[in-house]
Write a protein that binds this ligand. Structure first.
Ligand code: OAD
Length: 244
């Protein structure tokens, strides 16, 4: 596929680049997305319904075990060519930030350092009641208990009906508003506030590029939208822009 010359020029000239990623970036590493059809063990549950404080309060064992499964999946998974291309991108421009909704840590595993994890990290654990980060616990109980206050432990991720950390959110909006190039990759673009970041960038004059095999509510709004897997489209695009 040959990409538009205008986009290749914009990539070469950009000074300030933001990328927003979602679960689709990890799909080629074998990690199921949230809203694509679910297969296997968890087919009977709606993952989105497991990702709330209410679900945890109602059935802590189920939610803990679902996250244990996802944590192990993430630990075993390897970065794919999309993650690797993104890690290389941070050295291409003077200003760069990778904002991710993913909690699987695969961007860092691929070598990315300038990563803002908007929804937390699945490998971290915290106290359900007091939010304190916890590193060790007694494995005999499921979910395990906080050794300080006795409350259940939970994954240190942002669930639905919870607020995102204010400082990270502010940084994400501030960076997006001064970007000259904004990529939205592998996200369904329906979960707020992340879904507003590309709109803020576009309103402030950025060129917007979406990469996703299917259309999203953002597709018509972005300057360019490429339908295909991130691990194929992104390396191709960079190859044409940077190496040719
Ligand atoms: P979704 O599951 O909503 O969307 C994944 C997107 O990835 C879809 O639009 C797919 O078409 C696309 N996709 C699938 N395979 C792809 C590939 N190989 N390359 C590129 N794109 C691909 O996931 P998110 O948008 O990340 O939040 O969901 C946002 C948030 O909703 C998540 O962070 C999570 C979830 O509930 C919380 O847990 C708070």
């Amino acid at each position: 596929m040959r990409f538009p010359q205008d986009l290749l020029n914009a990539i070469r000239k950009a000074k300030n680049v933001i990328v927003l990623t979602g679960a689709g970036v990890s799909a080629e590493s074998g990690i199921p997305t949230f809203r694509d059809a679910q297969t296997g063990l968890w087919a009977q549950y709606d993952p989105v319904e497991l990702a709330t404080p209410e679900a945890f309060a109602k059935n802590p064992k189920l939610v803990w075990e679902w996250y244990t499964w996802r944590r192990e999946l993430a630990s075993r998974a390897n970065p794919n060519p999309g993650h690797i291309a993104l890690a290389k991108m941070e050295n291409l421009w003077s200003q760069f930030l990778l904002i991710t909704q993913n909690t699987d840590g695969l961007h860092q595993k691929a070598g990315s350092q300038k990563v803002l994890e908007l929804h937390g990290n699945i490998q971290r654990t915290k106290c359900f009641r007091e939010g304190r980060r916890v590193k060790s616990w007694n494995e005999d109980q499921i979910p395990p208990r906080c050794q300080q206050c006795g409350s259940y432990l939970r994954p240190d991720v942002v669930w639905f009906n919870e607020s995102l950390p204010n400082d990270l959110l502010q940084q994400a909006f501030d960076s997006s508003s001064v970007a000259d190039l904004f990529f939205s990759i592998g996200t369904s673009s329906i979960v707020q506030p992340a879904a507003s970041l590309p709109l803020v960038a576009l309103q402030n004059g950025a060129m917007g590029v979406e990469i996703n095999p299917t259309q999203t509510p953002l597709t018509q709004t972005m300057t360019y939208s490429f339908q295909g897997p991130a691990g194929v489209v992104l390396p191709n695009l960079l190859e044409q822009a940077i190496h040719k």
